[in-house]
Design a protein around this ligand. Structure first.
Ligand SMILES: Nc1nc2c(ncn2[C@@H]2O[C@H](COP(=O)(O)OP(=O)(O)O)[C@@H](O)[C@H]2O)c(=O)[nH]1
Ligand code: SF4
Ligand SMILES: [Mg+2]
Length: 404
């Protein structure tokens, strides 16, 4: 399949009771066995994910899940994991048997999802059996597709129905969307230090390069040390310089003040999260009360370095520049509702490995509880005194920062 990162694909998640035919449907969609089908309830224990190219939708990832009526301690854990998949879903497929009555869990699930205005499609499996008329009546306001996994009918109809949902999906903008034009020259500054992975570039850099190629721009990639040498020798003024946050100061010192500059993390704060909300978060730094609790929230288990940004650098700078008397916690998941309220502020990683949807779920939860939020890149830019400058390419966020 294509090499589009998983986080960039449209996420389609299959939900339903155990034995409703989710795994069979997964196999029929992929025309081979990707998920284990069994008549024993609870066979699919961990979510199975598989990608394909689906017409107008482009690359999509299907996620098979355990049933939401799973049992026992382990079952509850699986239900929790299944529900976490709701957060990332662009399209939710409720898989339900055409021949049996609607279950309470299904009803509640549908109500919750409709209230949250989620994109739902109902797949009525067991179309080879007799219909439950009452159920069909209850579901009449949803888009319904009848499928028999046994006879492999309705699968193409389902693919078509999915493609027709393309217009309802909130697409993640690409890294340099709206910032460049055809034939622009863009310089990328990527330090190759101990934190850099061996033999490759990190995802935000790779995605930016690809995006610039798609937008017919020329890209010059160099390390911060070479910028001073090459910048005066460039054939034209670059439209934009995008730098790694960690070398902001060095980069800013080597270029004229009117050169448009931003960072990979700011591009990703806009792409994955809510740049304006994060800028408000930066403004809240100066009012941090003594004794505040700050949560550093990462999104994956990347390999930590000795001078790791999240666990070492940011807490150190925070204590030096914002407020010495603060307590830091570190997590990869947003804590439960009660615990969240204890925090004054959440500092997010760039979220390069997660979807915009899951990052926005976090941000919206934080907003709901009135908790300030920002991300690593914004914090480092602020700490280096460069924040208004790196926000210049983004007028809305710039205004918020300048506003009193
Ligand atoms: N007759 C019929 N049987 C089906 C259909 N879909 C699934 N099954 C059977 O129902 C059982 C449970 O299917 P499975 O895909 O494992 O359900 P899951 O628990 O939702 O993943 C298996 O024995 C399947 O062969 C269908 O559309 N028609
Ligand atoms: S920025 Fe977040 S998602 Fe990306 S590698 Fe670091 S911890 Fe993982
Ligand atoms: Mg299954």
């Amino acid at each position: 399949m294509n090499k589009t990162p998983l986080a960039e694909q449209i996420q389609i998640v299959l939900y339903g009771m155990r034995n409703s035919g989710k795994s069979s449907l997964m196999n029929n969609l992929f025309e081979r066995e990707v998920s284990i089908v069994s008549e024993h309830p609870g066979t699919t224990t961990d979510p199975v994910t598989k990608s394909m190219e689906l017409g107008r939708l482009g690359p999509v990832a299907f996620h098979d899940t355990a049933g939401f009526d799973d049992e026992g301690d382990l079952g509850l854990l699986r239900i929790k994991r299944t529900y976490q998949k709701v957060d990332i879903a662009d399209i939710i497929l409720l898989v339900t048997k055409a021949d049996s009555p609607l279950q309470q869990e299904e009803k509640e699930f549908l109500q919750k999802m409709s209230q949250a205005s989620r994109n739902i499609l109902v797949v009525l499996t067991f179309a080879d059996k007799s219909k439950n008329i009452e159920k069909e009546k209850f579901l009449q306001n949803y888009t319904l597709v009848a499928v028999s996994n046994l006879h492999k009918t309705g699968i193409q109809e389902l693919r078509v129905a999915l493609m027709e949902m393309a217009d309802k999906i909130e697409y993640e903008i690409s890294p340099v969307e709206g910032l460049v034009e055809e034939n622009d020259l863009v310089v990328l500054v990527t330090p190759i230090d101990l934190a850099a992975p061996k033999g490759r570039l990190i995802l935000p850099q790779v995605e930016s390069i690809r995006d610039l190629l798609d937008k017919d721009c020329a890209t010059l990639i160099l390390k911060e040390r070479e910028l001073g040498y090459f910048y005066p020798r460039l054939p034209e003024k670059p439209r934009l310089i995008i730098t790694d946050s960690q070398v902001f100061s060095k980069v800013a010192a080597d270029i004229p003040p009117d050169q448009l500059l931003t960072s990979f993390s700011i591009l990703f704060a806009r792409k994955k999260g809510d740049l304006c909300y994060f800028v408000k978060g930066v403004k809240a730094l100066e009012n941090t009360p003594p004794g505040s609790k700050i949560l550093i929230l990462e999104s994956c288990s990347h390999h930590r370095q000795a001078d790791d940004i999240g666990t070492v650098k940011i807490p150190r700078l925070f204590r030096q520049m914002v407020q010495p008397d603060v307590h830091f916690d570190f997590s990869r998941e947003l804590p439960d509702q009660d615990k969240i309220k204890e925090y004054y502020m959440v500092i997010n990683c760039a979220g390069c490995m997660v979807t915009r949807k899951s990052m926005m779920q976090r941000v919206n939860t934080l907003k709901k509880h009135g908790i300030h939020a920002l991300n690593y890149g914004l914090f480092l830019a602020w700490a280096n005194g460069l924040l208004p400058r790196v926000l210049e390419p983004f007028p809305d966020a710039y205004e918020i920062y300048r506003g009193v």
